[in-house]
Structure formats: structure tokens, C-alpha cells
Write a protein that binds this ligand. Structure first.
Ligand SMILES: Cc1cc2nc3c(=O)[nH]c(=O)nc-3n(C[C@H](O)[C@H](O)[C@H](O)COP(=O)(O)O)c2cc1C
Length: 396
């Protein structure tokens, strides 16, 4: 099943294996992609991944996330850098689809990273980033929608087969979708999926109706008053007619980041590399480690394989839009079962392809394959460092 062709509305993938968007730490100081990115994509493309989604690329300086080497697509001078990467990968594997993930961090960033005020639909702070955001006014909202459209157009010019809008994990669009963050009385709050809808329409207007637009969403999050699966059903229904190619189903926000991923929390590495923690002195670290961390940890959900499957199943029953499932997919047999039972249309992997870039080939050749990823999550914590993407836990 995994290696069956996947015909979408505007595009066809040679199979149903997707590399989920994964920050590669391969942007220079301005967000231009470094040449080494080619090799990451080449390894995936030559090992049977049908669709590669890039790590999240910022659409504007204001929308940059806190990771120091994030790539961007915020200006025309970046088009040629990306063109170089796309044409290289296509020259090696013409049929591999390349999709750029475009994002605005909203309140999930820091002023010291962007040099600009942090913005959000409201002034409600993120528990993790803690900066009080400036509430966006109507004019600024329209500007950001336009910036999404311009970013998508640049990705198209660079040769990407489509784009994925990052509407998950607590970033700006998720902030618009959250009933807790977005209590606005204007059109952006009365209908919380309006921002996403207008963004898609802007992209379609600039890139043409047939340019594939994928959307990654969190089906729900950990905020007691935040996003619930019922909200997500409602949004998906409202977005049914705007020409979305497929939804990718994820979970959570950066306020409880380890619930997006599940697995081990490598706390020492967090202290070493995370911009919010690395300046703690020894005393503060110890206090945090022994008193705060144990409490913090209680809020984390235990890792289980296929942890977003229950959401995907329900969403799939409620919509005709194709569904990509991500989160803890590790076994070939299970992936095939999910596809066979029509619980999802495609399977998306992030951590497994970091520790085994040739996993696609192994999955193709052997029905009994299981990923060796242990969910140690060192790859995630190292996103906050100067290092680029790697499996830091494999040797342990
Ligand atoms: C190192 C790393 C970087 C990630 N970067 C992104 C990203 O840029 N955009 C995104 O939507 N998700 C990102 N994710 C989340 C993954 O796409 C995926 O949703 C999550 O890891 C669960 O899938 P998995 O169990 O296959 O790893 C990242 C995950 C990892 C491990």
C-alpha cells in the first residue's frame, strides 16, 4: 500500500511516503538555504520518499522562529538559492515531489530573534515564550496574508511542486484557530478559520488554482480552553471548497512541545542549547531540574506508536480531503494497514528519516521493517543549537 501511486487533485506522487517538514538548521544568517541542504533531500529522494516537505521557512523577518538557522522565503533574492536545490534534486530524481513548508511564528518567537515586536491575534502570552504579543490589526493581518501569498509564489518560481501552510504546533495560524487565543470580535475572530481561508485564496490567486496547497494542522492542543477536535472538524468543513490538496494531521503547540513529538525529554541538552534556558546559572538550573522539571514532565503524554491515528480516523470519516498522518509511525505493516483501512491516504515521517535517511528503501524492500528511532528527541533539542540536523542519539 505504502508504495502505491497517490493521485491528488492537482498532482500525483509515486507513492504514499512523505517526509514530514523537519527543520534542518541549514539557513545562513539571512535565511538563505546552504548548499548542504541538497544532500539531505538527495538522500531522501534516492531512497524512495515520494514527497519531501522542507523544514518550516519564514515568510517574513517578523515571522522567524527562534531556531538560529531557519531558512526563509521572504524575499526574491532567495529564489535562486532554492532553485539551485530544487533543480539538483530533480536532476537526480525527477519524480520526487518537493513541497516547501511556509510559516509565520506569531507569538512563538522572541523579539531578540526577529528584532521586531512579537505579534499574535491577541495579547495573550505563550506559556513557553512568555513575551506579551502585540495584537494584530486588520491592516497587519492583510499584510501577513499577502506575505504568505508572495512566499508561495517565490516557492513556485523556485520550482517547488507545491507548498504546505504551517497551521499547526502553535504558530501564527494555529493562534488564529485557537478559541483561547483568538477571542476577537471582528471577522478574524467570529470565524477563526477565516485567516487560513484568506491565506489559501491569496496563494491560489498568485500561484494559480492548480498549484498544490497542503495544510498541516494540529487536530487538538493541550490548552484546556484551546483547540479541540470539534473545532478542527468545523474548520475542515469550512475549508472544504478552497482547493486544499491534503491536510497533514499533527498535534499540540510549543507550550508543551514534547506532546507534539512524545518520547524522552533530554533535559540536560535543553539546558545546554535552548535560548530560553542556556543562560541559567548553576543554582537556577538545579532548582529547575529538581523542582520545576518534575512538575512540568507530568503534563507530557507518554509516547505510543501512531499517536495521532485516532484523530486522523475521525477526520477522515468527516471529509473528502485527503489526509496525511504524522506522529510515531514506525512499522511498515501498521502503515500498510492504516492505508488499507482508509484511515489516512499517506504516511508522514520525521524522526525516523533523520536517523535512517535510507528508511524509505528499507520499507519498500521488506514488509517487516521497523524504524530504529528511539524517540530520544536529541534531534529536536539540537534544533536550538548552532548544529544542523542530525541523529544525535543513534550512538547511545
Ligand atoms: C528535528 C525536528 C524538526 C522538526 N521541524 C518541523 C518543522 O519545521 N515543521 C513542522 O511542521 N514540524 C516539524 N517537526 C515535527 C515533525 O514534522 C513531526 O510532526 C513530528 O516529529 C512527529 O513525527 P515523527 O514521530 O515521525 O517524528 C520537526 C520534528 C523534528 C524531530
Amino acid at each position: 500500500m505504502l508504495f502505491n501511486e497517490w493521485k491528488l487533485k492537482n498532482i500525483t506522487s509515486k507513492n504514499r511516503l512523505v517526509r514530514s517538514a523537519t527543520y534542518e538548521g541549514m539557513g545562513d544568517i539571512n535565511g538563505n538555504p546552504l548548499k548542504g541542504l541538497k544532500d539531505i533531500y538527495k538522500d531522501l529522494a534516492t531512497n524512495d520518499v515520494g514527497m519531501i516537505i522542507t523544514g518550516f521557512c519564514f515568510i517574513s523577518q517578523e515571522g522567524r522562529a527562534m531556531q538560529p538557522h531557519q531558512c526563509g522565503i521572504d524575499s526574491d533574492d532567495k529564489i535562486d538559492y532554492w532553485k539551485d536545490i530544487v533543480s539538483y534534486v530533480k536532476s537526480i530524481s525527477m519524480e520526487t515531489l518537493l513541497v516547501m513548508q511556509i510559516a509565520h511564528a506569531g507569538r512563538q518567537t522572541l523579539k531578540k530573534v526577529t528584532g521586531l515586536p512579537v505579534v499574535s491575534p491577541s495579547t495573550k502570552r505563550s506559556l513557553y515564550f512568555k513575551e506579551k504579543p502585540v495584537a494584530l490589526n486588520d491592516e497587519k493581518i492583510k499584510q501577513i496574508i499577502n506575505e504568505f501569498g508572495d512566499a508561495a509564489k517565490r516557492a513556485q518560481k523556485a520550482g517547488f511542486d507545491g507548498i504546505q501552510i504551517h497551521a499547526a504546533h502553535g504558530y501564527l495560524i494555529h493562534q488564529f484557530l485557537s478559541p483561547h487565543i483568538n477571542k476577537r470580535n471582528d471577522r478574524w475572530g467570529k470565524n477563526r478559520s477565516e485567516f487560513l481561508r484568506e491565506t489559501i485564496l491569496n496563494i491560489k490567486d498568485k500561484c494559480g488554482n492548480s498549484f498544490p496547497v497542503f495544510v498541516k494542522i494540529s487536530a487538538a492542543d493541550d490548552d484546556k480552553y484551546g483547540l479541540k477536535i470539534e473545532n478542527t472538524f468545523d474548520y475542515i468543513k469550512k475549508l472544504e471548497n478552497v482547493g486544499i490538496e491534503a491536510f497533514e494531521i499533527s498535534y499540540g503547540t510549543m507550550d508543551a512541545a514534547f506532546n507534539i513529538f512524545r518520547g524522552t525529554v533530554p533535559i540536560q541538552k535543553v539546558f545546554e542549547h535552548n535560548i530560553l534556558f542556556k543562560n541559567y546559572n548553576l543554582l537556577k538550573r538545579k532548582f529547575w531540574q529538581y523542582f520545576i522539571f518534575p512538575q512540568w514532565k507530568k503534563g507530557f503524554i507518554t509516547y505510543k506508536d501512531n499517536y495521532n491515528l485516532p484523530f486522523a480516523k475521525e477526520i477522515k470519516r468527516n471529509t473528502n480531503i485527503p489526509i496525511i498522518l504524522v506522529g510515531g509511525l514506525r512499522e511498515k505493516k501498521v502503515m500498510d494497514d492504516i492505508l488499507r483501512n482508509d484511515h489516512a491516504d499517506a504516511i508522514s515521517l520525521s524522526r525516523p528519516l533523520i536517523c535512517e535517511p535510507d528508511l524509505g528503501k528499507k520499507l519498500k524492500e521488506n514488509i517487516n521493517v521497523r524504524s530504529i528511532c528511539r524517540n530520544c528527541n536529541e534531534c529536536i533539542v539540537m534544533c536550538d543549537s548552532e548544529n544542523s540536523l542530525n541523529c544525535y542519539g543513534k550512538a547511545l
